[in-house]
Design a protein around this ligand. Structure first.
Ligand SMILES: NC(=O)c1ccc[n+]([C@@H]2O[C@H](COP(=O)([O-])OP(=O)(O)OC[C@H]3O[C@@H](n4cnc5c(N)ncnc54)[C@H](O)[C@@H]3O)[C@@H](O)[C@H]2O)c1
Length: 285
């Protein structure tokens, strides 16, 4: 089994959402492993800051402001990275947003943007990069950011939860497609547990955000509370799992296993979704 340095050293990494949190950690860790890194994010100032740090430490980094909700922007990203850095060894489809609000209170544009970023952003990342990765014929790795939410149910985060189920499902099928064409490309679904990032601070909401303030604070406390990891700590675990070609890559294996068992039990007994007392407290106080 290859170590992260053996798998990735000397290669090119592309990371979407590289300006904050897990993506920032992935960019810094990939650079530490000796990768040349392409940082993509909708927030240009954030990736400039991370790239400046990487260069100051002797690494090589380029920045490409990119909105992953736009398929053409991902095509441009792939062409630019290939032109400037060459063949890609590691593609991290990491950019994602949280969305808080009752399904029927979220404006149509919030729903559509959530799906375009969290689901189609991952799909078009693969569509834009894989043909060149296949032509290169070299071992390569794709990590798609799902979540432990991709194994669970949660009210008031519905667009997020369904997007993470979709990313997991897409990644499962993609891994089989790589098998089918005997591609040397390993696909991993990354299922982080609580990571202390700005994701809940930046969450999209319904028109009246005061309604979800309690829930936002509870989620922020959970992602920054006991047992949570920093983006950098998460990135180190994630890149070790991807280097090992694990399909399920988890930052919190115990929580992931527990969630997977609950999901399997729920499906195998065809249970009706119910809101437990703990979930109700998280939502309403
Ligand atoms: N933080 C957690 O607890 C947690 C848990 C499970 C999964 N995840 C997943 O990890 C990934 C990273 O999340 P994070 O917690 O580091 O969040 P974060 O908010 O700290 O960072 C996300 C980055 O993505 C960028 N971004 C947002 N929309 C974009 C767009 N349209 N195009 C390009 N970039 C865009 C943001 O500018 C930001 O820099 C997400 O897919 C998230 O769902 C996070």
């Amino acid at each position: 089994m290859a170590s992260p340095a053996e798998a990735f050293g000397g290669g090119v990494a592309v990371i979407t959402g590289a300006g904050s949190g897990i993506g920032e950690g992935l960019a810094r860790t990939a650079a530490e492993l000796g990768m040349r890194v392409a940082l993509a994010d909708i927030a240009a100032d954030r990736i400039e800051r991370v790239a400046a740090d990487i260069r100051a430490a002797g690494g090589e980094a380029i920045t490409i402001p990119t909105d992953v909700a736009d398929p053409a922007a991902l095509d441009r990203l792939a062409a630019t990275v290939h032109g400037e850095l060459g063949d890609v060894r590691l593609l991290m489809n990491n950019a994602g947003i949280e969305i808080l609000g009752l399904s029927w209170e979220l404006p149509a544009e919030v729903w559509e943007r959530a799906i375009r970023i969290n689901v189609l952003g991952v799909i078009h990342g693969v569509r834009a990069f894989v043909p060149r990765m296949l032509s290169a014929g070299e071992p390569a790795y794709i990590g798609n950011l799902s979540s432990i939410g991709g194994l669970s149910m949660m009210a008031v985060q519905t667009p997020y939860i369904l997007s993470k189920h979709a990313v997991l499902s897409f990644s499962e099928c993609l891994r089989m497609e790589m098998d089918l064409v005997e591609a040397p490309i390993s696909v991993s679904a990354v299922l982080p547990g609580p990571i202390a990032t700005r994701i809940f601070e930046d969450a999209a909401t319904a028109r009246d955000p005061s309604k979800i303030e309690f829930h936002r604070k509870a989620m922020q406390a959970m992602t920054h509370g006991p047992g949570s990891l920093t983006g950098k700590q998460a990135a180190e675990i994630i890149l070790a799992g991807i280097a090992a070609k694990d399909f399920f890559v988890s930052t919190h294996p115990e929580i992931t296993t527990q969630m997977a068992k609950q999901r399997a039990e729920h499906l195998s007994t065809l249970s009706t979704p119910t809101l437990g007392e703990e979930a109700r407290r998280m939502l309403l106080g």
